[in-house]
Design a protein around this ligand. Sequence first.
Ligand SMILES: Cc1cc2nc3c(=O)[nH]c(=O)nc-3n(C[C@H](O)[C@H](O)[C@H](O)COP(=O)(O)OP(=O)(O)OC[C@H]3O[C@@H](n4cnc5c(N)ncnc54)[C@H](O)[C@@H]3O)c2cc1C
Ligand code: SF4
Ligand code: SF4
Length: 509
Amino acid sequence: MTAPSGVSAPAPHEHSEVRMAYVITQNCCNDASCVAACPVDCIHPTPGEVGFATTDMLYIDPATCIDCGACADVCPVDAIRPDTELTSTMAPYREINASYYAEHPPSPALTPGATPAPLVTSATPLRVALVGSGPAAFYCATELLDHPGVHVTMFERLPAPYGLIRHGVAPDHPATKAITSRFRLSPDKARRFRLHLDTEIGTDLGRDDLLLDHHAVIYAHGAFLPRRLDIPGSNLPGCLPAGAFVGWYNDHPDHRDLDPSLHTGRRVAIVGNGNVALDAARILVSEPESLAETTIAPSALDALRNSTVDEVVVLGRRGPEDAAFTAPELLALIQSPDFDVEVDPAALPEDPSHLNDPRARRKIDLLTEIAGRPTTAGHKRIRLLFHTRPTEILGTSCTTGIRVRTASGETTFDTSLVLYSIGFTGTPIDGLPFDRATGTIPHRNGRVTDHTTDRPVAGIYTAGWAKRGATGVIGTNRTCAQETVDCLLADHAAGRLPIPRSQRPRAGL
Ligand SMILES: Cc1cc2nc3c(=O)[nH]c(=O)nc-3n(C[C@H](O)[C@H](O)[C@H](O)COP(=O)(O)OP(=O)(O)OC[C@H]3O[C@@H](n4cnc5c(N)ncnc54)[C@H](O)[C@@H]3O)c2cc1C
Ligand code: SF4
Ligand code: SF4
């Protein structure tokens, strides 16, 4: 974190009065474009540092920022704002950025920067197939197409590209969805890029079909299979994975006809309290007219307009300090004027100062503030409950309630709709190695490995959630994709990639 020569030395990290030039706010999705743009190295954690893999967002050091604005120009989701232009909803991020530096002394770099791969020119052409068109696949494509000799063909099973950016990110987060603009290609790169929609690899085409015309295949097909809620009654109609509900309001072709029960009761219960659970809760109690201008599916908007739901209970198995949601997502939730968020003060630790993890302390501080807020008569509400474990979905032919165990015993909530949001896992594909225990493709730095020999399979790679499992935000896939593409380019330079079968000389010729 040393300033280059010619730049005045930063003040020590004292924040008795928080003053800064630029601030990173809620939309940040960790793609780290700003890190390279900053001339004084004051945005952290960087992809090379301990903590990048698990950070909620990146932060600007107020003591070092020289107010040049270079980071704001490159941010794909408009998350970086001058201090003087922060709205009241963004204002807490001034302190959030500063306190990161008070709590995190400069950390050692994880690994030295990788040696850049030699440029692939038309003299050494390389054809790569990409499976999937989510952020991981597009980050791979943009890295590869920087090389003038690389041609990329992308295969997507759905009729539209962008994976969970289109079908997962909530419609009331348009700035996050706008990250797709980062994947626009220059005319030269567009000439070397093909996208085939409605093409499922493993069903319509197999690995051998792709290797006919390509030197390498990168599997970046995500991990969106919901983890099952394994309790009695969870197969009843009205008990659904939250991922399907999210797909329904985001017009995912697999979930368009879901028809969740929103007209037969006043309460929805959500099992799990990660960011996906908070997204679903927020959509359920937001004013439908505030969603009308978004990309929400028209049929979902109609159903929400006629909804009788006025309460969502979010059931967290563990305590508030271990809640799965991130502080920025919680902050965004409580800034909506459409509904109240309620937390029982008795569920919160009296003295959070003993918590070692600053992210846990920030969550408790926010939850304590929420617990002290007055509620508004007639408002819809989201109740965040902790230490609450579901034990049974109630009902005979459909869901009528959920039984839970709390610290003080068992209780039930009447509801005709239970959404469970307890994680996602990957799916095996087309004879590709697959680790059922982790739900991921076994690999070493993105090189897919054979499960019997543990050796890399020539020409086969993976990136994104298919590689790492369902963790990390959109931008996390950028560094993940870079790692995979670096390996692929190194293998190309070393002559380790198979020649596409269509280019091999035929026997006897
Ligand atoms: C509900 C939800 C909301 C989220 N909201 C945010 C947010 O607000 N901000 C944020 O930063 N992150 C968010 N995330 C996380 C983010 O979406 C992921 O980090 C990211 O999408 C993972 O990228 P990926 O490319 O690996 O997978 P995906 O985005 O899932 O893309 C995989 C693609 O592969 C396609 N595919 C699958 N199988 C095949 C096949 N056999 N052949 C061809 N194509 C195939 C899929 O249709 C899909 O288009 C959210 C995640 C979820 C689940
Ligand atoms: S989204 Fe990317 S560029 Fe924008 S602030 Fe976050 S890490 Fe930086
Ligand atoms: S404004 Fe300039 S100095 Fe400040 S964080 Fe952004 S790029 Fe770095």
